[in-house]
Each structure stands twice: as C-alpha cells, then as structure tokens.
Ligand binder design. Structure first.
Ligand code: AMP
Length: 147
C-alpha cells in the first residue's frame, strides 16, 4: 500500500539533508504529500525549569526566530517542501511530532538515526523516542556518526 502523507522531522542541522533526501524519494515513489516539522524545545524544558522567566521567554523568541530562518532556507533549497506544509512548533519533539502526524493524517514519519549504542543508547535518542507509541509507521534514516 502506498503512503499518502509523509512527515519528515528535522533538527535543522546539516544532518537533516540525508533525512530530507530519503523523505523526498519516498514522496516521489509513492506520489505522496510531503510535510516537514521542527520542534523548538523551550530552554526551561531542556534545563529542567531552572531558567528565570524573562530570560526563558527572550531565549525562546530568539530560538524560534533562528529556527524559522533555517526552516525558510530549507524550503528554498528543496522545491518539494512548501511553506504551507512546514510546521514550526514549541514543545517536546516526540509529543509534538506524534500530535502533528495524527492531526495531519500522516501515514509515515521520517527521522534521522545515529544508530547509537552503549551509554548513548541508554540515554535514548529522538528517533527511539518517536518510534515509541507512534500513530503510524516510522522510518529511521541512518546517519553517519562523526568520529
Ligand atoms: P537526535 O536523536 O536528537 O540526534 O535526532 C535524530 C533525529 O530526530 C533527527 O535527524 C531528526 O529527524 C529528529 N529530531 C531531533 N530533534 C528534532 C527536533 N527538535 N524537531 C524535529 N525533529 C527532530
């Protein structure tokens, strides 16, 4: 059965290129719609709430603006992506990616995976996190681990 709607989750680093490439190929071969998402993790969440409120709000705005700029650059770089189907949201990646996939009726989520092992695996990864309780299929695109 072909996929109809692909959701590609990107961390907006240079590592997101192979993930987008794979999602793009999948979109072409399935004649599927392609949506993109990036989640901005609030500083307060990343640091366990120990950030003063004003500072946290200021940083959130800066983080959001920076992420928007990077997302815009990706949309220009990849003509298959569109502003209309690109989502930038605050929160915890797993929760927000699952929520968006459900809301948009996506039938596959594409994420990058470093294939971590040992301690790094115990600490978990976004790909692992997204896989658990996913509302649809998940494709983990293997990324090169920098040595
Ligand atoms: P990580 O486990 O954080 O190295 O990330 C692996 C993959 O998870 C990335 O290649 C993205 O596909 C996805 N990912 C990580 N962080 C985010 C984020 N903030 N928003 C959307 N996707 C993300």
């Amino acid at each position: 059965m072909p996929y109809h709607h692909i959701l590609v989750a990107v961390d907006l680093t240079e590592e997101c290129d192979p993930v987008i490439h794979r999602a793009r190929e999948l979109a072409v071969s399935n004649s599927a719609k392609l949506s993109l998402v990036h989640i901005v993790e609030p500083m307060a969440m990343a640091f366990g709430g120990d950030v003063p409120m004003d500072l946290s709000q200021l940083q959130q705005q800066q983080q959001f603006d920076q992420a928007k700029e990077r997302l815009d650059r990706l949309i220009v770089k990849y003509p298959e992506l569109s502003r209309e189907y690109s989502h930038l949201t605050y929160g915890q990646p797993r929760q927000e990616i699952h929520h968006l996939a459900k809301e948009q009726g996506c039938d596959i989520i594409v994420v990058g995976s470093h294939g971590r092992h040992g301690l790094a695996l115990l600490l978990g990864s976004t790909a692992n996190d997204v896989l658990h309780g996913a509302p649809c299929d998940v494709l983990a695109v293997r990324l090169q681990t920098k040595s």
